[in-house]
Design a protein around this ligand. Structure first.
Ligand SMILES: Nc1ncnc2c1ncn2[C@@H]1O[C@H](COP(=O)(O)OP(=O)(O)OP(=O)(O)O)[C@@H](O)[C@H]1O
Ligand SMILES: [Mg+2]
Length: 219
């Protein structure tokens, strides 16, 4: 789980891990499954098993959601029953619409998660899945993320990991995260139990976190 105030660099981190060319890595390396992917293209990273659900995905006129799902299905070795998830995420009526074009906030999030469910990456980067989602649909979004991360399987049968950005923490009620990370001003400030971090932020705000002596970089 990744926390941080607006403009901290959370989405930037996800975009850099996914390898979008607008983001230039100036130092450090990205290792994925022991392989250096720092200079790999987005499609190479996707083939290696990294997937992303955007905070604000583009809408593409002329490309339907169904077309994207069909392409992902061809590449995926997902054993999930896709048809069941189309219904579960209430996306059937959207399949033949241009992707994200005039979709509502909640519909965009559900469409993003449907694509991840079909792609079934080893590492899912999920940017604010609950923003703009109503209370009924947060449960649906939470359930979809549990499936994407194999949370209902025994720990030794899981083959998926994820990095999820949240502001509201609502997703914590559905998805138990192993670690919480806090970014402030583009710097990793804290790693701790996600519920503890979230409780602290709720009580004290991010400003207090900035004063915290437990700065990872000082170690
Ligand atoms: N193309 C760009 N040119 C200039 N500044 C940019 C550009 N893209 C992002 N930034 C800036 O980088 C900072 C980090 O942005 P980022 O989107 O990663 O924040 P965030 O932590 O995801 O915030 P939020 O919680 O609001 O989504 C912001 O101050 C943003 O304005
Ligand atoms: Mg963001």
């Amino acid at each position: 789980m990744l926390f941080g105030p607006n403009g901290a660099g959370k989405s930037t981190l996800l975009m850099a891990i996914m390898g979008f060319p607008k983001y230039r890595i100036t130092e450090g390396q990205i290792l994925f499954n022991g392989k250096d992917i720092t200079h790999s293209s987005v499609d190479e990273r996707a083939r290696e098993g990294i997937g992303i659900a955007f905070q604000k995905p583009p809408s593409i006129k002329g490309v339907t959601l169904k077309k994207i799902i069909d392409i992902l299905k061809e590449q995926s070795n997902s054993e999930l029953d896709i048809e069941r998830y189309i219904d579960f995420l209430q996306m059937r009526d959207f399949l033949n619409r241009d992707i994200n074009y005039k979709f509502s906030g909640g519909e965009i999030k559900r469409a993003e998660l449907l694509q991840l469910l079909v792609q079934k990456p080893t590492l899912s980067l999920i940017d604010e899945p609950e923003s703009g989602v109503d209370v009924d649909n947060i449960k649906v979004v939470g359930e979809a993320i549990r499936k994407i991360l194999d949370k209902d399987k025994h720990i030794w049968e899981r083959n998926s990991s994820g990095l999820i950005i949240t502001h509201t923490g609502a997703i914590l009620d559905f998805v138990k995260a192993d670690f919480g990370h806090l970014i402030i001003n583009g710097t990793l400030k804290c790693t701790a139990n996600p519920n503890d971090i979230f409780e602290y932020i709720k009580q004290n705000g991010y400003k207090e976190c900035e004063k915290c002596p437990r700065n990872l970089l000082k170690k």
